[in-house]
Write a protein that binds this ligand. Structure first.
Ligand code: NDP
Length: 387
């Protein structure tokens, strides 16, 4: 991540909110350049008509990205925080004008709070299913962070709870709202690469066993799985996003980390995998908690041109290098920071209409089933398994 992300975060936090007019101006500028828009850039709703959001878990990602994203959105506003820390609630409440606070014990009281329409679950993975189901039973729509849950059985229970409550359940796959990835998808679908022949995706970083947000990532009960659950899932989900109506048919995988590394007693530190789609395309990927620096790379090889993205799935520097079909081109299709607000806006509009979000619970379930198959394959020495 670049320094620019932190300066932008600081600016957003200090200012409290980015003026809505700035987003609209940027959207118009993007339209003028002919680039695709990541979200719904219609006029903002008046504050009284925006969907009202509670954020559950005030950790690193919630404070750094989710909360500023909600403040930048056009169809949402924050009304409540759920946290085990009254001090964080007081601090963030003062900064963002939020006055309704709940903790994990009294969470179910949100059922009686008409000032909450949507709940954003930003907790460790092992808690996603419990709090998602409790929120759905309280009658709220839920956007849950990735990966959806610890197991496919939990994902199925979450989907069943959404159906029973007649509420929407989305998984926060932000790349589906990131302008440069949407541009890449548009280029692939327009045939710029010719026939797509091969995809590779590599994501990883070096897990720090002493840093609180990484501590729970190394504990199976809170993390669900290892690097593939946390970081490899970006490559998996982004690759599948790019191939449209094609889908995975079989998978094989092997573990790839030092077995004597004390960080990885409970979860895997790295995995290499190979997916074959129904149409015969290969997606080759890797994820790791043992790499430096932070790596986020996607490559799409076609019969006429190839598209490289590094970084591919970050918050502010994603870009495309397109080779073949003429001179090499570098494409950055818009401000990646906008993906957070665009995702919130899209879910707000879906919830208001009570229709499925672009990245629904079923997509989260699909990905967890694939990762579970990767683990089964790796456990059996790399066998190819049908999906
Ligand atoms: P953090 O550890 O920074 O935050 C998690 C928060 O959950 C804590 O601060 C705490 O908030 C709350 N919490 C409740 N119970 C526990 C517990 N037993 N142990 C630890 N925390 C607990 O993690 P992240 O912010 O990095 O990750 C949170 C979620 O966001 C995860 O699902 C992760 O996968 C996802 N994420 C998504 C990203 C993306 O790009 N989409 C990027 C990074 C993370 P409090 O003190 O308020 O109770």
């Amino acid at each position: 991540m670049s320094d620019s992300k932190f300066s932008r975060r600081q600016i957003v936090a200090a200012a409290g909110a980015v003026p809505l007019a700035a987003g609209a101006t940027r959207a118009l500028a993007q339209q003028a350049k002919g680039t695709p828009l990541a979200g719904d850039f219609a006029l903002p709703d008046p504050p009284g008509e925006r969907m009202r959001w509670a954020v559950v878990g005030l950790g690193n990602f919630a404070v750094g990205e989710v909360i500023p994203g909600i403040r930048q959105s056009r169809h949402a506003r924050m009304t409540a925080f759920v946290s085990g820390s009254p001090a964080k609630q007081a601090d963030l409440g003062a900064r963002y004008g939020v006055e309704r606070f709940y903790n994990y014990a009294d969470f179910d009281r949100i059922a009686d709070d008409p000032e909450i329409d949507c709940v954003y679950i930003v907790l460790p993975v092992g808690l996603h299913a419990e709090y998602t189901i409790r929120a759905l039973r309280a009658g709220k729509h839920v956007l849950c962070e990735k990966p959806m849950a610890s197991t496919s059985a939990e994902c199925e229970a979450m989907i069943a709870a959404a159906t029973a409550a007649n509420r929407q359940l989305g998984v926060a796959y932000r790349i589906h709202f990131e302008p440069t990835n949407l541009r890449a998808k548009q280029l692939i679908e327009a045939g710029e690469l010719g026939d797509l022949r091969f995809i590779s995706c590599d994501h990883g970083f070096n897990a720090n066993p002493d840093w609180p947000p990484h501590v729970w990532r190394l504990q199976k009960d809170l993390a669900g799985g290892g690097s593939m659950y946390d970081i490899g899932i970006y490559g998996l989900n982004t690759s599948l996003m790019m191939i449209g109506d094609d889908g995975p048919a079989e998978v094989s995988a092997t573990y790839s980390y030092p077995k004597d590394d004390p960080r990885f007693r409970e979860v895997e530190g790295g995995i290499d995998f190979r997916l074959r789609t129904r149409k015969g395309l290969t997606i080759s990927g890797s994820s790791s908690y043992c790499w430096s620096p932070y790596i986020s790379s996607q490559r799409y090889m076609g019969s006429q041109a190839s598209l490289f993205m590094k970084p591919a799935t970050t918050y502010d520097e994603n870009h495309i290098v397109l080779e073949g079909n003429g001179p090499q081109r570098t494409i950055g299709a818009g401000d990646p920071w906008g993906q957070f607000a665009a995702q919130i806006d899209a879910f707000s509009l879906a919830a208001r209409a009570n229709r499925a979000h672009r990245t629904p619970g079923e997509m989260g379930l699909r990905d967890i089933r694939i990762i579970e198959a990767m683990y089964r394959s790796a456990d059996s020495g790399g066998a190819t398994l049908a999906l």
